[in-house]
Design a protein around this ligand. Structure first.
Ligand code: ZN
Ligand code: ZN
Length: 339
């Protein structure tokens, strides 16, 4: 079968590799679509020191079940499924509590410890499969992973009813956070970013006010709009130091800051503000696929419009090396690979 194999920094190759065979409790999936994630690009560039080539990358995909391993009972041949990418052990203290993202012995498909999904077929444990109805077409199914991460991240936020919420970073994650905040009864949602083409989508996802920090000061506007008090919840979904700093400076005393964006390890944090103002700082490492599937299936969150680019497997090496995704050229928002 054909697969996109990462052979080292800046080296992704389409190769012929053996088709995997499902082990006990696993299923073989004929890949239909895989979402392109920022993590793929980080791996491609060689920015993760602990990931070794060769590796088939890709982890936001799904397809049709074509073979079932011994012990598989719930999933059947021919099912349309999306695969949860964290391979958790199921036995450690965290898994027993349902905190699969914190599993002591986890692996991530296409990231570390297991081959990925930019391939014509991949295998995955039955317990990682979520059945999709015909209502969700393949390109949109790829958005389940992103939405599942934000659903989990949002669950970590203690948000009282009628809260004010500021979301930094209008990528798919940030837009989903706006939608979830509104769903949970936010009184006002601010969306802060630097790209007008992304901010423009804000109102559709529930943002009441969008602020482009290239033209305006988010801190001044939000402070003025909240009578100087700031917002109850800040979601940092930009992965930028500036966003975290600005976010903390408009967080109400006792408010909650969700660190969702991926930061470098060196981001400085004002500990005194956390102490003095009793900020709750929460992180997010898991996902909730079951809820994400329901939200998309019922049309509660629109994901279709976020898909800006569609690729074939063969296009991937160029898409990664050209800067299209990295520099978000051509109004790139979210890409999917279709098979
Ligand atoms: Zn991802
Ligand atoms: Zn575990």
């Amino acid at each position: 079968m054909k697969a996109a194999v990462w052979e080292g920094p800046n080296d992704l190759q389409i190769k012929n590799v053996p088709r995997p065979v499902p082990s006990e409790n696993e299923v073989l999936i004929e890949t239909k679509a895989v979402g392109i994630c920022g993590t793929d690009l980080e791996i491609f560039r060689g920015r993760f020191k602990h990931i070794d080539p060769p590796l088939i990358i890709g982890h936001e995909g799904g397809g049709i079940v074509r073979e079932i391993g011994r012990g598989v009972s719930r999933i059947k041949n021919g099912d349309r499924v999306i695969a949860e990418c964290i391979l958790y052990c199921g036995n450690c203290d965290y898994c027993k509590k349902g905190d699969f993202g914190l599993c002591d012995d986890n692996k991530v498909i296409g990231v570390f410890g297991a081959p990925g999904e930019y391939a014509e077929y991949f295998t995955v444990p039955e317990k990682n499969c979520h059945i999709l109805s015909e209502k969700i077409p393949w390109p949109e199914a790829c958005m389940v992973d992103s939405l599942a991460d934000t659903v989990h991240g949002f669950a970590k936020v203690n948000m009282p009813l009628y809260s004010t919420v500021a979301v930094f970073g209008p990528g798919p994650g940030g837009l989903f956070f706006c939608a979830l905040a509104k769903m949970r009864g936010a009184s006002k949602v601010y969306l802060v970013g630097t790209r007008d083409n992304r901010l423009r989508l804000g109102p559709q996802y529930g943002a009441d006010l969008t602020i482009n920090i290239k033209n305006d000061s988010a801190v001044e506007i939000i402070k003025a709009d909240t009578g100087g008090r700031g917002v109850d919840v800040v979601i940092e979904a930009a992965g930028s130091e500036k966003a975290s700093k600005n976010g903390m400076s408009i967080l109400k005393k006792g408010g909650t800051l969700q660190i969702y964006g991926v930061h470098g390890t060196e981001t400085p944090v004002d500990m005194e503000m956390i102490q003095l103002y009793e900020f709750n700082v929460v992180g997010s490492a898991g996902s909730n696929y079951a809820t994400a599937v329901k939200l998309i299936e019922n049309g509660a969150v629109n994901v279709k419009e976020l898909i800006s680019h569609k690729f074939r497997l063969e296009d991937l090496p160029r898409a990664f090396s050209s800067g299209l995704i990295e520099k978000r050229e051509d109004n790139y928002m979210k890409g999917v690979v279709l098979f």
